[in-house]
Design a protein around this ligand. Sequence first.
Ligand SMILES: Nc1ncnc2c1ncn2[C@@H]1O[C@H](COP(=O)(O)OP(=O)(O)O)[C@@H](O)[C@H]1O
Ligand SMILES: [Mg+2]
Length: 278
Amino acid sequence: MSRSPAPRTSTAHAIEITGVDRVFTTRRNDVVALSGIDLTVEAGEFVSLIGPSGCGKSTLLRLVADLDTPTAGTVEVFGKTARQARLDQDYGIAFQQAGLLPWRTVAANIELPLKLHGVASDERRRRCAELLELVGLEDFPKAYPEQLSGGMQQRVAIARALAESPRLLLMDEPFGALDEITRERMQNELVRICRETGAAVLFVTHSIPEAVFLSDRVVVMSPRPGRVVDVVRAGGDQMGTSHDRTDDVRDVPDFFHTVARVREHLHGSPQPRGGETR
Ligand SMILES: Nc1ncnc2c1ncn2[C@@H]1O[C@H](COP(=O)(O)OP(=O)(O)O)[C@@H](O)[C@H]1O
Ligand SMILES: [Mg+2]
C-alpha cells in the first residue's frame, strides 16, 4: 500500500524571522544593520544569504544562533525562541575559520560538543567514526589540525557542527578561505551531507555561483539599512532541489540563468557599484 511519507515530528518551520530590525548604537551614531527582515526557512530547505559586505548577513545569522538579540521583531527556530533552540542544541554552526582546537586531535575536536553535553565515551567514539566517514576523513582521527589542509580542516568543522545531528546548520562563509577547486569539492560534499541528514541550512556567501549551486532559494540583501531586496528560487527540471545537485548542474542553462538573475538583483540594490558593466 502506498501512502504519503509520515509527518515530521514537528510541522514548525526551521526558521521564522518576522519583522526583524537590528540597530547597533555606537558612541558616534546608530547603525541600522537590519531593517524589516521577514524570512522563513522550511525544514530540510537550503537557503543562502548573499549581498555586499556590511549588509547584515552575519548579524542575521547571529540572531538566529542567539548570539545577539533583535532590536525589534521575532526569531523562531523550530517554533521555539532562538534562546530555547540554542539550549536544546537544535542547530550546528560553522564559520569561515574552522575554529578547531590545535592541541586536540581531529577526533577530539569532533567529540568535543558531545563531551560537553555529557555523552558517554563509547557513544562519542561511535558517533565520531560515523561523522568521519560522512565527511571523508576516516583515515585521520588521530591527526592534529595543523597536519591537515584548509579543506580538510573545514570538513572537521562541519563534522563537529553535525555531531549532535542538528536539523539545522548555520554557516557563515564556511568555504570563503578555500581555493576554487577545494571549494567546489566542499560544495559537492555539503550537498551530499544535507541529502543524507535532511538538515536545513542557512548559508552566508559572497559567491553567486556557490549560492545558486547549493540553494533552494537565494536571498539577496542590500546594505544600509540591511534589507532583503529579492528572493530568487534555484530549482526547476534542470537543477532539481538542493539535494539533487551534481557537478553537471554547474553547466546547465538554468544554472546560468539563475546566476544572472541573482547578479541583476544585486546590482539593482540601492548601492550601485561603479564601473561594473555586467
Ligand atoms: N557589534 C557591532 N557594533 C556596531 N556595528 C556593528 C556590529 N556588528 C555589526 N555592525 C555593523 O552592522 C552592519 C552589518 O554587519 P555584518 O552583519 O557583519 O555584515 P556582513 O556579514 O553582511 O558583511 C555593518 O555596517 C557593521 O559595521
Ligand atoms: Mg559577515
